[in-house]
Design a protein around this ligand. Structure first.
Ligand code: NAG
Ligand code: NAG
Length: 323
């Protein structure tokens, strides 16, 4: 009886192994997209001029091909190098690729979201267009952009800590107009640790994924167990509000359902996104910190690795499926 009870507990908490990766598997806050012309995968990451890796499949072999913006951004954020670019988010529209990116002074609201375009995504092919023009506001931090089209309109989701995840309607994919930003998700406890949002549509719902908990700096002092990064999910029929978790709790009122947390070698998974792979269907990709690296004393951000898992569906909610 007891054995059975613990068996079911273990089953409920278990996650399948991470998907395989060969080649260069380093990443940090990845954004992944398949090129229309030849199906080649591009994986972008936080790092000098936006690190760019390519591969024939989600599994690899991945190759580091250089920086998207080797000359940095035209945005000036005081105390930040113009090539210290974070959290890229890439999509395809109007026969070209758009990359949203961030310049930010860590731990402050001294941040700005910019955009660049390219026809090919090759390193150095990006044209920088500077800031998208989201007004500064003490309620949010202008980092972790994520674009989505809803009913033919462009929206940018963004935010981290302070009042958590926000959304703003854009006039064009390059600029916000006079629209004001509004909140999509908020955790009222502690330090309001939601960031790195990613939204996608499946069936009748828009799904909002975000990273909850303490990101990175997994070097000397590690967060208490469970407080490291983990991936949460909320859903809504409109994509512009009304997000709830599996229990129906509003995600603006500390709602949110767990999708993936630390397990096995995967410590602190986050910075996630979703691609619709031709062979595998919906795949969630993310960064994690290998447990072995943590146990060996840590390597900071240089220790992050890329992984992925197929998404399965149950009652309209995604779960991480074994590949
Ligand atoms: C970077 O700047 C150098 C010097 O101004 C210029 O020659 C080069 O074309 C620039 N590269 C890109 C990719 O814009
Ligand atoms: C809200 O934040 C607390 C403290 O960080 C955390 O324990 C909890 O899981 C969070 N809840 C949600 C729904 O993200």
């Amino acid at each position: 009886m007891f054995a059975l009870f613990f068996f079911f507990i273990a089953l409920a908490c278990a996650y399948p192994n991470r998907g395989a990766c060969t080649g260069d598997c380093w990443t940090h806050d990845p954004s992944m997209i398949q090129r229309k012309s030849d199906g080649k995968y591009f994986r972008f990451a936080t790092g000098t001029g936006v690190n760019t890796m390519t591969s024939p499949s989600v599994k690899g072999p991945w190759t580091d091909v250089g920086s998207a913006l080797p000359n940095g951004s035209s945005i000036t954020v005081s105390g930040v190098s113009s090539s210290d670019i974070w959290a890229p988010d890439v999509h395809y529209q109007n026969n070209q690729y758009y990359m949203y990116y961030v310049l930010s002074q860590i731990g402050t609201q001294n941040s700005e979201i910019g955009v660049a375009t390219s026809k090919t995504m090759e390193p150095g092919s990006w044209t920088d267009h500077g800031s998208v023009g989201i007004p500064a506001n003490s309620e949010y931090n202008r980092i972790d952009p994520n674009w989505i089209e809803i009913d033919g309109k462009n929206y940018l989701n963004f935010g981290s800590f302070w009042q958590d995840i926000h959304q703003i309607e854009m006039e064009t994919p390059l600029k916000v107009g006079s629209s004001a930003a509004y909140q999509l998700s908020y955790n009222a406890t502690l330090n309001h640790r939601e960031e790195g949002s990613f939204m996608f549509k499946n069936g009748d719902f828009y799904y909002l994924l975000y990273s909850d908990g303490i990101a990175g700096r997994y070097t000397a002092t590690y967060p208490a167990q469970g407080e490291e990064y983990h991936i949460m999910v909320c859903r809504s029929t409109t994509g512009t509000g009304g997000f709830v978790d599996k229990d129906g709790t509003a995600c603006t009122n500390t709602g949110g359902s767990l999708l993936l947390a630390s397990h096995g070698q995967v410590y602190g998974p986050g910075g996630q996104g979703v691609v619709n792979d031709n062979d595998l269907g919906l795949v969630m990709y993310y960064h994690y910190y290998p447990l072995a690296t943590k146990e060996a004393g840590g390597k900071g951000n240089a220790g992050y690795m890329y992984s992925w898992n197929e998404l399965g569906w149950e009652n309209g909610w995604p779960y991480v499926k074994a590949t």
